[in-house]
Design a binder for this molecule. Sequence first.
Ligand code: TYD
Length: 195
Amino acid sequence: MLIAFEGIDGSGKTTISTRVHEELRRRGVKSYWTTEPTDGPIGGMIRDVLQGRMEVDHRTLALLFAADRVQHVIQLESLLEEGYTVISDRYLLSSLAYQGCDLPMDWVREINRWALMPDLVVYLDLDPVVALRRIKGKQLFHSLHKLKLIRTNYLNLIREEEWSSRTVMVDASKSEEEVFQTVLNIILKKLRVIL
Ligand code: TYD
């Protein structure tokens, strides 16, 4: 099963997804945690852009995210075949929600056509004002206006038929413990169905 954690910056994806991963392992589930952008060479280029060390056009950045994902998917496919439950901190919906702000959504979908659809998307929903308060460092996407647009994109996307059936929306304004328990229960329920 491929589980993607999604949400705007500051929504707590990394904290919650790593805790869930550790708890699944503790319970004997063969869980693998991964992230996008990846730590591969293309992910490295993406981080250079995000951290201002390299400047590229929006289209180039969208292609870099898509290319990074193609390489990631090859790796994910073998992990899934080996029976791992894979948890990805960000995945395809991040490109649609983020790059979809600057570029035609259909094109962003097209360049991501090779991405495997996730079995479950955990969308951590958070008010951008609260998210900004949580974010410490500054990065390319961290302006209130931008975060509002990204959240609107996420909310619209997860209403689409393709996504609504595989997405659960979780209120990320709750305490870390509450969010963690809610997400863990959702995933355990799903896994019991599959295992
Ligand atoms: P991430 O490593 O999740 O940043 P952080 O840990 O600071 O939340 O992601 C880096 C940034 O890349 C984040 O602002 C979202 C953006 N992003 C995209 O725009 N498109 C994508 O396809 C992905 C995977 C991430």
